[in-house]
Design a protein. Structure first.
Length: 610
């Protein structure tokens, strides 16, 4: 199979991007004896997740930079699940003409087991059997996205966008759910036009143009990539002149008995001067809003409702002057909403985790909360705490956590003159959230990262290096989903490292080490805070420094059960594939222990014992 025969257009190459962690291992000499540069290889998959037994299409980008052809080469695909080989290698001959590059579509059949993550490695193998270059990635085989949600967003719907390329970029990060942020006309009347024939265009709250055909194309491309499309809307918001659309002010919430309606001012020039807030517990308001959402689902192929709130602003009052605590309205609203839309997914954001118990014990399909430092979540350890809390309250669901990085730094930049996200701060927060068994809502549109609660904000962009490293982190999250957030529970086993202080609570200038277990594995999460003096997760001024990397790190662990095998894996290694590691056993006053030596610790290592 030659590159020339399988090459696609350069525009698709750009959309496909690179893949996973890579390692170039050199190559054989050319026919004339001159050294040969290793070919490059990268890959993505055509979907974010797959059904058991489905064919996984690997879009493999291969390039030969040499002035001579490489003959007799093969592409080899191997798979592992938690360090154990899965199936046999898949191989295909590949011609590598001089200076040529292209994309080859090779199939790999997903195993029949449901809810499993796999790491895949694609090797370019020379005619002599030597590996010339290698790239690792991951595949999620799950029949429903809710077991391991990886949530992203889109927020631009104007004409002229490339919907297929936008979704392809998000597919590269394995995002299996997409929040369609601010797609609607008005919060209280999201659909403009008739459900059978919506208007061709309308403006959103910021007076940005929404193109119906583009919205539909984004939804269709998301579905084709195995993603669900979630319709975003507040549970209690309305625009100016809402009475003209059949909304009664008597359904509202008020700052004081007989006082003005609770409202949030909007920027000058937007489509409404304010968002007016209503009582989610009011049956008439619910009936009205559910009726409007019925029209949305009739018009567009959304899979569910991403319901939003604006936080807890203290006691408000209904039209009768009775006090209303907003968080107490959440569960009745969500219960009624799920009953009205039984076939649609439901997610709600209790901003700042206010009302978390009401939401996490309601019939939401996934748990989600927007995190702010002033709501009791200032540091890395607090992120793990809220992830643990949500899992406990919801019966095991994995928290989706919007947590906006470099927040104040972003305010010094603009869409026209954007700044660059600080890579060390992003990776430390990423490691913290993933190791805790949660995920972040952070990526959207054209490979953008959120720096603000207003998703169209583009004041900061990711460097190419950060994009690549985050790909590794998302590959890692997929490959080890069955150890990160698949029923594991916290344990309190003792952990120590030779020569470096450890902490179970994320203290500065120490290795943050904590333990979990399930029926088969015991896991040690190691987040590196050595050399880190500021443990605030938001890195608000983009000043966080990279932790001090250590090599040949000796770890001592006191297991619950007899150890039969030990592995280490990290999104910071050149491959996400787990490395088997030798271990020794012993016993002291603390009990039986195992000792392993890890090759390095940059940001995050995960050690697991079978």
């Amino acid at each position: 199979m030659s590159i020339a025969a399988c090459a696609v257009s350069m525009s698709l190459l750009t959309a496909c991007g690179g893949g996973g962690s890579s390692a170039a291992t050199g190559g054989s000499g050319s026919a004339g004896g001159a050294p040969r540069v290793a070919p490059s290889v990268s890959f993505t998959t055509d979907k974010a997740a797959y059904q058991p037994g489905q064919t996984v299409h690997l879009l493999i980008h291969v390039s030969n930079p040499n002035a001579t052809a490489i003959t007799g080469a093969r592409l080899r695909i191997t798979a592992q699940h938690l360090g154990v080989d899965v199936g046999s290698a898949t191989e295909s001959a590949v011609a590598l003409p001089a200076g040529d590059s292209g994309v080859i579509d090779l199939g790999w059949t997903a195993p029949s087991s449901d809810y499993q993550g796999y790491d895949l490695v694609v090797d370019v193998v020379g005619s002599d059997g030597a590996v010339l270059s290698s790239r690792s990635g991951a595949v999620d085989v799950s029949s429903n996205w809710l077991r391991f949600p990886r949530y992203g967003y889109v927020s631009a719907y104007g004409p002229g966008l490339d919907a297929k390329a936008i979704i392809a970029q998000l597919t590269a990060y394995h995002l299996n759910g997409i929040q369609f942020y601010d797609w609607q006309w008005k919060h209280h009347k999201p659909l403009k036009g008739d459900p059978a024939n919506p208007d061709a265009t309308w403006t959103d709250i910021a007076n940005r143009t929404v193109n119906r055909a583009m919205l539909e194309s984004l939804i269709a491309n998301a579905h084709a990539a195995g993603m669900v499309a979630m319709n975003y809307n507040l549970i209690y918001g309305a625009f100016d002149n809402y009475v003209q659309d059949g909304v009664s002010q008597s359904w509202g919430l008020f700052d004081a008995p007989g006082g003005p309606q609770w409202q949030l001012p909007m920027p000058s020039g937007w489509a409404t001067s304010a968002i007016y807030l209503f009582n989610p517990a009011n049956p008439s308001w619910r009936s009205y809003l559910f009726g409007q959402e019925d029209k949305v689902f009739d018009a567009f192929a959304f899979d569910g409702w991403h319901a939003d709130t604006v936080g807890d602003w203290g006691v408000k009052y209904d039209a009768n002057g009775d006090a209303v605590s907003i968080t107490t309205t959440f569960k009745p609203f969500l219960t009624a909403e799920k009953a009205h839309f039984p076939g649609k997914y439901l997610i709600m954001n209790p901003v700042g985790n206010k009302g978390h118990l009401e939401v996490n014990t309601s019939p939401v399909d996934a748990v989600y909360t927007e995190i702010w430092p002033w709501d009791g979540f200032p540091d890395y350890a607090s992120l793990k705490g809220v992830a643990d809390q949500a899992r406990s309250e919801s019966g095991g669901k994995s928290l989706i956590m919007p947590a906006y990085m470099d927040y104040d730094f972003a305010k010094t930049k603009s869409d026209a003159a954007p700044g660059i996200f600080n890579t060390p701060g992003v990776l430390l927060t990423e490691a913290t959230v993933l190791a805790a068994g949660a995920s972040r809502l952070e990526l959207g549109d054209d490979a953008r990262m959120l720096c603000s609660e207003y998703f169209p904000n583009r004041s900061l962009i990711m460097s190419d290096d950060l994009k690549s490293r985050l790909r590794n982190y998302y590959d890692f999250a997929v490959a080890y989903e069955n150890l990160l957030r698949d029923g594991q529970t916290n344990t309190s086993q003792a952990v120590s490292t030779t020569g470096y202080a450890t902490s179970a609570t994320g203290e500065a200038n120490k290795i943050w080490a904590y333990t979990k277990s399930d029926a088969t594995y015991e896991i040690v999460q190691l987040v590196n805070l050595l050399g880190v003096t500021d443990t605030s997760w938001r890195d608000t001024n983009a000043t966080q420094k990279a932790p001090t990397t250590v090599t040949n790190l000796t770890l001592k662990y006191y297991p619950l059960r007899t150890v039969h095998a030990a592995y280490v894996a990290s999104p910071d290694f050149t491959t996400v594939r787990a490395k088997p590691i030798a271990y020794t056993t012993g016993s002291d006053s603390g009990g039986d222990y195992v000792t392993v030596t890890l090759p390095s610790l940059a940001y995050w290592d995960m050690v697991f014992f079978k």
